[in-house]
Design a protein around this ligand. Structure first.
Ligand SMILES: Nc1ncnc2c1ncn2[C@@H]1O[C@H](COP(=O)(O)OP(=O)(O)OP(=O)(O)O)[C@@H](O)[C@H]1O
Length: 237
């Protein structure tokens, strides 16, 4: 992205409370990720990290404030347009991977290309096909090729996590949101997984917002942010 590119993420004046909650979960003056920036976000369990990622992904709406992704204010998009925007530009790796259990690992990885012509076009521009790209990502994630034909439900948790990562990365979204993506992986695979995520994001010049409790991973990122530094709730900013 050029220096003039809008921030990948730009949050202003955010207040978010869960329905029925006595107090807000998040109150933030501002938080931004530059285009292509890779940020490690940490904080205690229950402090609101996943909630923040859901706001950035347009899955939740704040009661006050503005969430923009690549200059697009998400609150200005109706549900269908927001789904399309998300499919084109954002790759997610969730804590609970949200794979479709009866689809094969390969078909799960290919889902973004099915939903977004832009993601499909980016694969083609790179001179490959969605299926070949799914296989390349799976190989880089150390997923055996034979596993690609198995239904997602039959894979181990660590294998499902890697399928979810390949699905997030296919078609080079310009923002990747990852919520504890290494929690189910053993130490060796954790490192390989992080290397791949960082390398793929760098190649695609994608911004990465990565949540983890594992502080050792922070050194690989451009910036490390404690949620308490940016959230007024809980005695923070
Ligand atoms: N669907 C929901 N409905 C109501 N309250 C919720 C919901 N999801 C989360 N919360 C509440 O919001 C607060 C923040 O939760 P969140 O999952 O964002 O924290 P977190 O920092 O990601 O935690 P962890 O590190 O344990 O994943 C918690 O008090 C939680 O109980």
């Amino acid at each position: 992205m050029s220096a003039l590119a809008p921030p990948a993420v730009d949050l202003q004046g955010i207040r978010f409370a869960w329905p029925g909650a006595a107090a807000p979960c998040l109150e933030m003056a501002a938080f931004a990720l530059a285009a292509g920036e890779r940020v490690f976000l940490h904080g205690p369990s229950g402090s609101g990290k996943t909630t923040l990622l859901s706001l950035v992904g347009g899955v939740l709406d704040p009661q006050a404030g503005r969430v923009a992704v690549h200059g697009q204010v998400l609150g200005e998009l109706r549900a269908g347009a927001r789904d399309r925007f998300r499919a084109h530009h954002i790759g997610f790796v969730f804590q609970l991977f949200n794979l479709i259990p009866y689809l094969s690992a390969r078909d799960n990885i290919l889902l973004p290309c099915r939903f977004s012509a832009l993601r499909r076009a980016r694969v083609q521009e790179a001179g490959t096909t969605p299926s070949a790209e799914a296989a390349r990502l799976a190989q880089r994630l150390d997923l055996d090729a034979a596993l690609l034909d198995r239904p997602a439900a039959e894979l181990s948790v660590g294998q499902q996590q890697r399928v979810a990562a390949a699905r997030a990365l296919i078609g080079r979204p310009s923002l990747v949101i990852a919520d504890e993506p290494t929690s189910a992986l053993d130490a060796d695979r954790q490192r390989g997984f992080l290397d791949l995520l960082l390398a793929e994001c760098a190649d695609a010049r994608a911004a990465l917002l990565f949540v983890s409790h594992d502080a050792r991973l922070a050194e690989h990122f451009d910036r490390r942010v404690a949620l308490g530094e940016i959230n007024r709730v809980g005695g923070g900013a």
